[in-house]
Design a binder for this molecule. Structure first.
Ligand SMILES: [Ca+2]
Ligand SMILES: [Ca+2]
Length: 409
């Protein structure tokens, strides 16, 4: 059985991320750390790091969050920048954040880099240029212009009280020098549409000639799951929308919340793992497959019926489920399990494939727990003992839980 192995208080815990090999106290061996962002309608919303998380889980030390930054707000995304993406020394690390939301005071979001040379030595570079009312949920590192430097692709949304909701796919050009000096990177707008989550697909290419297509889970602007392809040699050739074509994969099950690409059914071809987010017990975990030779994607409903937990004061904008994760497998041919959070549904579950056969899409769902509060974004890691650990930010209840997931649930 899955077991709760640790729990510690953490006010307003929102998005969690595992940082591998993160520097802890001087002299200590490098260990994974847990990064946690916070959401608050008023006051500071620090992004913090709990170093030496394996020692915390083992009960050797107490969780001691250290603030990475508290200048940005409503941080929806925080990840380690890929090694080598920016010209810094090998011992330093950079965390990229993206944020903002439709909450008053937070509508105009930003993309920021935090360069950490020591736990208490953090420098900040905001690389986006403010566009009033637009906020960010996701960035992807990709060399958009083929100059050898990784650039930032991002989706952003605008949700005004009155007027049109908008989504925009953009890229920010990493300069040849001064990438971290605080000057915003040059912005290029690619297309309307993508607004929340997206991936660069390794598989959705139509003829193999262009750059990797964008698969977008659209929530605000138009509730679609859609593929954006660029006919140029690089994404930069499609600036301003030139040469971009859009294929709609699903216009029935939206609004869509999250998308990732992973081979789910064991045929060796990456599939799309997707959630929508809905209020009325119609939330679903979905997969989309495109076998070799198929002309289009086939939708598979892996589980459905998710709903926000009942609350005395159920506000608007609540939905379920949250973000799914395909978990690592243990042997060739094994299909991955899926870790799922409920978001406003207040649960965490693991879906295990019930058949090894290719083309079978049935799963058994095991709930780790149900609560009445909102769950933030989960993260997971493999610890030094090869066990799979899931981190759960319980936003409403103000704590972080760690769960060990055995190979057989
Ligand atoms: Ca570049
Ligand atoms: Ca597949």
């Amino acid at each position: 059985m899955a077991a709760r192995i640790a729990s510690f208080p953490f006010k307003n815990a929102a998005v969690s991320t595992v940082l591998p090999r993160w520097p802890g106290p001087a002299g200590a061996a490098l260990q994974a750390a847990l990064l946690i962002t916070t959401y608050a309608a008023f006051g500071k919303e620090p992004v913090s790091i709990v170093a030496n998380i394996e020692d915390v889980l083992a009960g050797k030390i107490a969780a001691a969050p250290v603030t990475l930054e508290s200048m940005t707000g409503w941080t929806n995304y925080a990840e380690l920048v890929p090694e080598g993406a920016l010209p810094v020394s090998a011992s330093s690390r950079i965390v990229a954040t993206a944020g903002g939301f439709l909450v008053p005071g937070h509508q105009t979001g930003s993309i920021d880099l935090f360069h950490v040379t020591a736990p208490n030595n953090v420098s900040h570079a905001k690389i986006s240029t403010d566009k009033e009312g637009f906020f960010y949920h996701k960035i992807v590192w990709h060399d958009c212009d083929g100059d050898g430097r990784l650039d930032v692709m991002a989706a952003r949304a605008k949700v005004p009280n009155v007027g049109e909701k908008q989504g925009e796919l953009i890229w920010l050009e990493q300069p040849a020098a001064g990438a971290l000096n605080g000057t915003p990177w040059k912005e290029h707008v690619l297309s309307a549409g993508p607004d929340v989550d997206f991936v660069l697909s390794a598989h959705a290419e139509s003829d193999g000639s262009g750059p990797p297509p964008v698969v977008a889970a659209q929530y605000f602007s138009a509730p679609l799951l859609a593929i954006y392809r660029c006919a140029g040699a690089t994404w930069a050739a499609c600036d301003g929308g030139k040469g971009i074509s859009v294929e709609t994969l699903d216009e029935d099950f939206g609004p869509f919340f999250a998308v990732q690409e992973s081979d789910l059914d064991g045929d060796g071809i990456p599939d799309l793992l997707v959630t929508n987010s809905r209020p009325n017990a119609t939330g679903a975990l979905l997969a989309y497959s495109k076998p070799t030779g198929a002309s289009g994607y086939t939708r598979h409903v892996l589980a459905s019926g998710y709903a926000p937990a009942p609350k005395p004061l159920a506000g608007p904008g609540r939905g379920a489920p949250g973000k799914p994760f395909a978990l690592p497998t243990y042997s060739p041919g094994e299909k991955p399990r899926v870790l799922l959070s409920g978001d406003d549904g207040g649960f965490v579950s693991v879906l295990t494939p019930t058949s090894k056969a290719v083309g079978e899409w049935s799963y058994q769902q095991t709930y780790l727990f149900n609560s009445t509060g909102t769950i933030g974004q989960l993260s997971w890691m493999i610890n030094a003992s090869s066990a799979l650990i899931a981190f759960v930010p319980l936003f409403s209840e103000g704590r972080i839980e760690a769960w060990a997931l055995p190979r057989i649930m």
